[in-house]
Ligand binder design. Structure first.
Ligand code: ZN
Length: 135
């Protein structure tokens, strides 16, 4: 069994991954710009400010773009193909790239509402999305 790669955890991203392991999605907030930032960085990408706060996301958003992966990037992912990868616009105003699981990949559409789920992988948990229940 070949293992899937684990995310590389750095000083900037450690609080993020620790939150994921605890079942929370966190993003950075720059008080100077009053803007969210994702992925986590040591400084604000807009103003360079380093006084960044961490906020918790409700984990709900909309699919901005989606692609279906048919060729596994490595042997570890062979059993997963095809799978959907989407850019998701979170309700808090930031965008992240993640898999969309729990549905047939070709059914994921731009504009679909999705919600966060975590896939445990080793000592970390990877944020992914699944279609939100339609009202
Ligand atoms: Zn800023």
């Amino acid at each position: 069994m070949s293992a899937k790669p684990l995310p590389r955890i750095t000083a900037e991203t450690r609080p993020y991954w620790e939150a994921c392991a605890a079942g929370e999605l966190r993003y950075q907030w720059c008080p100077a710009c009053r803007q969210p930032q994702f992925y986590p960085r040591v400084a604000c990408a807009r103003c360079g400010g380093r006084a960044l706060d961490w906020r918790r996301s409700a984990g709900r958003g909309v699919v901005h773009a989606v692609t279906v992966v048919h060729r596994a990037p490595s042997a570890a992912f062979k059993a997963d193909v095809p799978y959907a990868i989407a850019l998701v616009d979170l309700d808090e105003g930031f965008r992240m790239l993640a898999n969309v699981v729990g549905t047939a990949p070709e059914t994921v559409r731009i504009g679909d509402r999705v919600r966060l789920v975590f896939e445990p992988r080793g000592e970390v948990a990877l944020p992914q999305f699944t279609p939100a229940a339609r009202a």
